[in-house]
Design a protein around this ligand. Structure first.
Ligand code: HEC
Length: 151
């Protein structure tokens, strides 16, 4: 091997490293959309439910406080991300990953009652916890907020 090809190979290795780092960062920054869902379906009587809480700004404000963990308990952002993209600080420790609420293509197809049921009881065999401490009204407020994030 002459001197030149050695230099070219080192440049090649450095370029390869940049490409690898770049694609890793893209994968980290780019939340999946549509996001595959393997979540169990809520019982029929939940799936039929529609959100009884009228949507307005005050409702979204209340829900945001709960979501960010500024009202009761740890909230949702710690896993689902403060913007709802499913990339909260704990997200990488979970398989399946937290739902990406910013993805309208995933969220718009999920029934109100399904969202309510999962928040209340959690998703079995995943890290999505139930929230027995939240009142029904608070969960319905959160359902509005999750749909708001998807816009
Ligand atoms: C400890 C981490 C964690 C916290 C805290 C958390 N989640 Fe989740 N959440 C998850 C994970 C992981 C999933 C994916 C579960 C699955 O694929 O079934 C998920 C899934 C969901 C889903 C998807 C339901 C579906 O049918 O697709 C909803 C809705 C949801 N979470 C709402 C919330 C809300 C609202 C809060 C806060 C009140 C919250 N989560 C708090 C980890 C968390």
């Amino acid at each position: 091997m002459d001197g030149n090809s050695g230099v070219i190979m080192s440049i090649g290795r450095i370029l390869l490293l940049f490409v690898l780092i770049g694609s890793w960062q893209l994968a980290m920054a780019d939340p999946q959309c549509p996001q595959p869902r393997f979540t169990g379906a809520a019982p029929e009587d939940f799936l039929k439910m529609e959100n009884p809480v009228p949507l307005n700004r005050a409702v979204l404000r209340e829900a945001k406080k709960i979501y960010l963990g500024k009202a009761e308990g740890q909230g949702c952002a710690i896993c689902h991300g403060s913007k709802g993209d499913g990339r909260g600080p704990l997200a990488d420790s979970f398989d399946p990953p937290p739902r990406n609420f910013t993805c309208a293509r995933t969220i718009n197809d999920i029934a109100d009652g399904q969202l309510f049921w999962i928040v209340r009881y959690g998703s079995p065999d995943t890290s999505m916890p139930g929230h027995p401490q939240l009142r029904d009204t608070q969960i319905w407020q959160l359902v509005h907020y999750l749909r708001h994030l998807a816009r």
